[in-house]
Design a protein around this ligand. Structure first.
Ligand SMILES: C[S@@+](CC[C@H](N)C(=O)[O-])C[C@H]1O[C@@H](n2cnc3c(N)ncnc32)[C@H](O)[C@@H]1O
Length: 255
């Protein structure tokens, strides 16, 4: 360790220009192909959604949806309406384009797997995504207690270097559902700040199962954390795998 190296203050969520999120490069690196870690996340989330009757959830939230369509597809098996919250103008543009037209064919293998695991999904991705409403905005735009179910994939730990801000974002995520409401999430495990392609560094905070337990246990019931092994087919983001979480907001929580 270089003891004389200057100590840099952690970068916060507001320090990054989310409007400039490199959607095309992010998709090319992560979602052009169905990678083993996506298969793990889809199996985990599909098992979660199979607990609910078709259309049994009135309103669900995708927190920081970005350009990832498969969490929205999976939610369509259970949710009558899915709000895709996304602050980045680039992310919102991509979502609009995909939802208003026909989703890119690159999403077909993702949808095929989602439907294999949950045959209650409609025949086409476009039909599943018809339940999605885009909500431009960030965590501050949410009304506490307004959803029955919330999903968050690679957001709280991937948008700030400050662990206290990770915890605050997770608390907003939990608080977005009514007491007893359902939660499903995925997190990059131990990922430091990262680059997409040759672009700038984006702020991230290494979290492990212990961090997630410290943050979620006081706020939730039925907390369960699983893990998918590091995906060696993805670019080297410095992570050690993916952590998968399900829980319910505490029934005795105040809205
Ligand atoms: C690493 S990307 C993950 C995108 C997507 N959920 C996925 O599964 O690939 C992080 C996303 O969080 C969004 N984001 C950044 N700050 C946010 C905030 N304060 N509240 C909600 N979303 C935020 C970004 O715009 C970006 O789409």
């Amino acid at each position: 360790m270089d003891r004389d190296a200057p100590v840099r203050a952690p970068r916060h969520n507001r320090d990054a220009d989310w409007n400039a999120w490199p959607v095309a490069d992010y998709l090319a690196e992560n979602y052009r192909l169905l990678h083993p870690c996506d298969i793990g996340v889809i199996h985990h989330h599909a098992a979660f959604y199979r607990r609910f009757a078709p259309g049994g959830i009135a309103r669900s939230l995708e927190f920081g949806a970005g350009p990832n369509l498969y969490p929205l597809m999976l939610a369509a098996a259970a949710s009558r309406r899915i709000d895709a919250l996304e602050p980045s103008a680039a992310g919102v543009r991509y979502l609009r384009d995909q939802l208003e037209g026909r989703p890119d064919d690159t999403w077909l293998p993702f949808y095929t797997l989602c439907r294999e695991l949950d045959p209650r999904l409609p025949p086409t991705p476009a039909e599943a995504l018809a339940r999605v409403r885009i909500v431009p905005g960030d965590a501050d735009a949410l009304t506490p207690g307004s959803y029955d179910l919330a999903s968050m994939n690679f957001v709280a730990e991937s948008v700030t270097e400050d662990v206290a801000e990770v915890a605050a974002l997770c608390a907003v995520f939990v608080g977005s559902v009514r007491p007893g409401g359902h939660l499903v999430a995925s997190f990059m495990e131990r990922m430091p700040s990262y680059r997409i392609g040759s672009g700038p560094h984006w702020p991230a905070c290494p979290v492990d199962e212990g961090t997630l337990r410290d943050v979620f246990a006081p706020l939730t019931e039925e907390l369960r954390i699983d893990r998918v092994a590091k995906d060696l087919t993805l670019p080297e983001y410095g992570d050690t795998g993916v952590l998968l979480l399900t829980a319910r907001r505490r029934r005795d929580a105040q809205t």
